[in-house]
Each structure stands twice: as structure tokens, then as C-alpha cells.
Design a protein around this ligand. Structure first.
Ligand SMILES: NC(=O)c1ccc[n+]([C@@H]2O[C@H](COP(=O)([O-])OP(=O)(O)OC[C@H]3O[C@@H](n4cnc5c(N)ncnc54)[C@H](O)[C@@H]3O)[C@@H](O)[C@H]2O)c1
Length: 395
């Protein structure tokens, strides 16, 4: 017998759509006991929220998120609004005993993220952060390959996350559409927006990052505010590069910018170890590239003259998540990463083995982000303070 999972969605923007799609399709693809019911969507503009509710099938609209977190007919609060809203909504949702799903970055800073983590843990409510790239089948396969010991001792981790949409100095900052350029709403620029994803993936695959040294840059120093029209200093990082040390002794480089002409959402990583390497590029999301220096034969590792990079089309039913979808050789897309994440979350509730990344795990990514920004300010190597145990948890 299906159990209702009554959803209160905060925000109807990009993520409001991606998450709503996941709720609607969950039971079509995953055999779970819970059935999402789209109860309420909340945003500040009632008319737009109403139009959204009609398209996606939400029963009602709210313009104050407090009404959602306090509503007795809501089981799960999903925070898909800008970064400066996550803290207050998550605390109130936990206090009201709701399950909490929150978009990344978890918070504006470590202090907020710590309080949010304590709040959901004290309330004992299931919680997760939407670091959806973990749910790309090719990236999940990379994790499987690493767990199987096929990479051996890791030496290098290399991540890039590049975009190009803020190159023009005429792009305004702030307001409903351009809050990502307003530090008081976004917390930071590319560090929290893009590198948070790269850091989450990196620590999931290669373990805790212990120390960083960073350089940020703001190329356009002043922009017009989208609402007031006033020209104001730009306070976000347009670009950020950092070096990292991992607890396992490997080194990392991370690069992110919104000034890489031609790059729209160029998200890549490569891990090189003694016995092999993996490479992923979000522009070819169904492929994982794998180099195996020593191949396994009858359970023993032997040298082979056939070694070389393999481009694995991760569409077979034995690949992560793919048995839930189509016949081998057919792809899934970006939206399925959210569906896979939701399915893991629900299966976590049902099995009693919570899905990752939970708030405590995402707090560790927040610590790295804050250390990166701190290092960029001081020019010094900075300890991240990441809890090794919290990163090491299986997902
Ligand atoms: N996981 C990912 O890959 C990914 C991708 C994009 C965005 N995000 C994150 O998702 C969050 C939302 O980003 P987006 O791109 O969907 O933004 P968006 O601008 O498209 O949508 C934001 C929504 O929040 C609503 N909102 C703003 N303030 C509110 C308030 N006080 N109360 C209620 N609703 C409010 C807006 O009306 C809008 O519907 C951010 O934290 C962002 O970092 C994650």
C-alpha cells in the first residue's frame, strides 16, 4: 500500500521545475512505497506561482514559506530558493518535524550550515542536499570503479567547472533573475555556485580535502543593480582556482569561472592513480572514460599489451541506475539525476540507511568552500577542518 509523501516546494525556478519533475516521475521508474503528492508550491509572486502550480499539479500556492513549513498536511519541505533563504527555512522545517531536502550550497557559510545540520539531527528528520551530479550514472560508475580498487593509490584530482554568461559588463546584478551576482543573496560567486558541485564530487570520489590555497578574481568591478538601477561594486568571485591536498595524500586542482567564452556548463574531472584513471565530461554525460594500467585476470592483476583508454557508454542495465530506465544503449538526461537522487532519498527512508549527501556531509563541502574563500583573502594555505568521518560515509 502506497504511503503519501506530501511535498511543500519552495521556489518555482530552475530547481523548482527539476525537483517537481522528479516527484512526478518517481513511481513511474522506481518501485518505492512512498508516493509523492504535490501539496503546495511557495514563491513570492502569487500569479507566477499559480501558473506553475497549474502546470505541475500542485494543489495550492503560498507566498510565505512559513505557511508551508508549519502546514500539518506537509511531510517534506524542499528548499529550491536562493542561497540566502536556505538557513531560515531549513531551521523552521526541522523544528516542525518535516523532512528537509535542500539545494546546494547548503548555506551562506559554515556557521549557518553547522546550525542547520544540528537542527535536522536534533529533530531526527530525514535530510539531504541536492548534489545531483553524484547521480549521473557515469559518475556513480567512477565511484564503483574506485571502490573496487581499480585506480590504486590516487595521485591527482583535476576538476573544472566553466561557464561564460557574465562576461558582458552590461549584465546587471541582483534581483529575481540575477541573484547569483549579488553576494548578499548568493554568499559567493563561482565558489558556492559551481565549485561546491566539484568539491562534493571530488570528496565523494577521492575522500576529504584537508588544505587549500586559492586565488579568486572579479573581472567586472561594478555593475548596475537590476532593481535599483544604481551602479554598485561587484562582491562575488567571477573566477576561482585552488590547489587542494586530500587526506589520502593526493593533490587536486580546481578551476571555475563564468568567463570561459564558449563554455556553458563545462563540468569535468579526472582522477589519476597508480593503477588507472577515470575522466568525466558533463557535455558527454553518458560516457565514463577509464584507463586501466593493470587488468584483472582470474582475480589477479597482470600487465597487458591491450591497455588503453576505454570510453564506457554507461547505458547498460548493470550500470548505476540504468536498470530503472530503457534498453541498453539508450540514454537518460540531466533531469534524471534529480529523479535518481530523490529515489535514493526515499529508499533511504524506507531502508533506514539514509542517503547521502545529508546535511552533515554537505557541511563538509561548505567548509571547503569557506576555506577556499578565506585562502583567497589571505593568500595562505588554509585548513578546511573537514570531518573525515562525515565524508567517508557510504552513500
Ligand atoms: N543542484 C543543481 O545543480 C542546481 C542548479 C541550479 C540551482 N541550484 C540551487 O538551487 C537554488 C535555486 O536556484 P534556481 O536556479 O532554481 O533559482 P531561480 O532563480 O530559478 O528560482 C528561485 C525561486 O525561488 C523563489 N524565491 C526567492 N526568494 C524566495 C522566498 N523568500 N520565499 C519563497 N520563494 C522564494 C523565486 O520566486 C523562484 O521561484 C539555489 O540555491 C541554487 O544554488 C542547484
Amino acid at each position: 500500500m502506497a504511503k503519501e509523501l506530501r511535498v511543500g516546494m519552495i521556489g518555482y525556478g530552475f530547481m523548482g521545475r527539476a525537483h517537481s519533475n522528479a516527484y512526478k516521475r518517481l513511481n513511474d521508474f522506481f518501485a518505492v512505497q512512498h508516493r509523492p503528492v504535490l501539496k503546495a508550491v511557495c514563491a513570492r509572486n502569487a500569479e507566477k506561482a499559480k501558473a506553475f502550480a497549474e502546470i505541475w499539479g500542485y494543489e495550492r500556492v503560498e507566498t510565505d514559506w512559513r505557511k508551508v513549513v508549519e502546514a500539518p498536511d506537509i511531510d517534506l519541505v524542499d528548499i529550491g530558493s536562493p542561497n540566502d533563504t536556505h538557513y531560515e527555512i531549513a531551521l523552521a522545517a526541522a523544528k516542525n518535524g518535516k523532512m528537509v531536502l535542500c539545494e546546494k550550497p547548503l548555506a551562506m557559510n559554515v556557521q549557518q550550515a553547522e546550525e542547520m545540520t544540528k537542527a535536522v539531527e536534533a529533530a531526527g528528520v530525514p535530510n539531504m542536499v541536492w548534489f545531483n551530479y553524484r547521480r549521473v550514472p557515469a559518475i556513480a560508475l567512477a565511484r564503483q570503479i574506485i571502490d573496487e580498487g581499480r585506480i590504486g593509490q590516487p595521485f591527482h584530482y583535476r576538476a573544472t567547472y566553466l561557464q561564460d554568461w557574465t562576461i558582458s559588463p552590461d549584465v546587471p546584478q541582483g534581483g529575481a533573475a540575477l541573484w547569483r551576482l549579488d553576494a548578499s543573496v548568493a554568499g559567493s560567486g563561482v565558489t558556492g555556485d559551481l565549485l561546491a558541485h566539484s568539491i562534493d564530487t571530488a570528496m565523494w570520489l577521492n575522500g576529504p580535502i584537508t588544505r587549500v590555497v586559492a586565488k579568486t578574481q572579479t573581472f567586472v568591478k561594478e555593475r548596475k543593480h537590476a532593481v535599483t538601477g544604481k551602479v554598485e561594486p561587484v562582491q562575488i568571485d567571477d573566477a576561482c582556482m585552488f590547489l587542494a591536498e586530500f587526506a589520502n595524500g593526493s593533490m587536486g586542482t580546481f578551476e571555475s569561472t563564468r568567463y570561459a567564452r564558449g563554455r556553458k556548463n563545462f563540468n569535468t574531472f579526472e582522477l589519476n592513480g597508480a593503477d588507472g584513471s577515470v575522466y568525466f565530461d558533463l557535455e558527454e554525460p553518458e560516457y565514463l572514460q577509464f584507463f586501466e594500467y593493470k587488468q584483472l585476470q582470474s582475480g589477479k592483476k597482470v600487465e597487458s599489451h591491450l591497455t588503453g583508454w576505454r570510453k564506457i557508454h554507461t547505458t547498460n542495465s548493470e550500470h548505476p541506475y540504468m536498470s530503472h530506465y530503457w534498453v541498453p544503449g539508450t540514454c537518460i538526461g540531466y533531469e534524471h539525476t534529480f529523479l535518481n537522487a530523490l529515489a535514493d532519498f526515499v529508499m533511504g527512508i524506507e531502508s533506514g540507511k539514509p542517503a547521502q549527501p545529508d546535511f552533515r556531509n554537505a557541511l563538509q563541502t561548505q567548509k571547503v568552500c569557506d576555506a577556499v574563500l578565506e585562502s583567497a583573502r589571505t593568500g595562505r594555505w588554509t585548513e578546511t577542518g573537514v570531518e573525515l568521518e562525515a565524508v567517508g560515509k557510504a552513500s
